[in-house]
Unconditional design. Structure first.
Length: 200
């Protein structure tokens, strides 16, 4: 099954189960982008404007939010940079980094801009963009992107795993309907290594 066809199912499961305080992001690109997976290392280089072109030769256009605490925290952990360092980086690369006000604006821009890549709240995902795997993982799978609850103390270390919310035992302990079939579909997709970002 194509990943694009799974987007509505992913969005439904996410909206039904993920608590409002769990800020998990997904990496999205325009649907014409052939990339299916990026590594964390390549994603860091894209954020730092060290990778400027996709393998097909199109320019990389990074789309970020003007003010998003969850995005900034994710980028801090991903790049091992401070918020101040990230702001300096963004200011220094205005030609290749576009900033937007909302998830909807980001989705619209990524959809209509060849080569665009952005970070969006998993609850906002739609079928007009393509979700990219990170290190072979899909959003909410452990190891997809570094993230944490906005209410978690900043001094804590380690990455929170949103996929734990989907474990059948966790669902049963909280009185949630067990969603084993849906999770099997999501986890079983995408064994192929085709489409990995290759940097030369």
């Amino acid at each position: 099954m194509k990943l694009g066809r799974q987007v509505p199912a992913i969005a439904f499961v996410i909206c039904s189960i993920v608590p409002c305080f769990a800020h998990h992001l997904a990496v999205v690109v325009d649907k014409d982008n052939k990339i299916e997976n990026v590594t964390s290392a390549h994603l860091v280089r894209i954020v730092k404007s060290e990778i400027k072109k996709w393998p097909d030769g199109r320019e990389v256009v990074l789309v970020l939010h003007k003010a998003s605490g969850s995005e900034m925290l994710t980028l801090e952990r991903l790049t091992n940079m401070s918020a101040t360092e990230l702001q300096v980086l963004i200011s220094a690369h205005k030609a290749s980094i576009t900033t937007v006000e909302s998830d909807q604006e980001l989705l619209n821009l990524v959809q209509s801009t060849p080569g665009a890549l952005g970070f969006v709240d998993v609850r906002a995902i739609n079928d007009r963009v393509k979700v990219v795997k990170v290190d072979g993982k899909l959003p909410l799978e452990a190891g997809y992107l570094p993230h944490r609850s906005m209410d978690e103390p900043r001094a804590r270390t380690g990455f929170a795993s949103g996929s734990a919310l989907f474990h059948p035992r966790m669902q049963e302990s909280r009185g949630w309907p067990v969603t084993r079939p849906r999770i099997r579909v999501l986890h079983g997709h995408g064994k192929s290594r085709d489409g990995h970002l290759s940097v030369r």
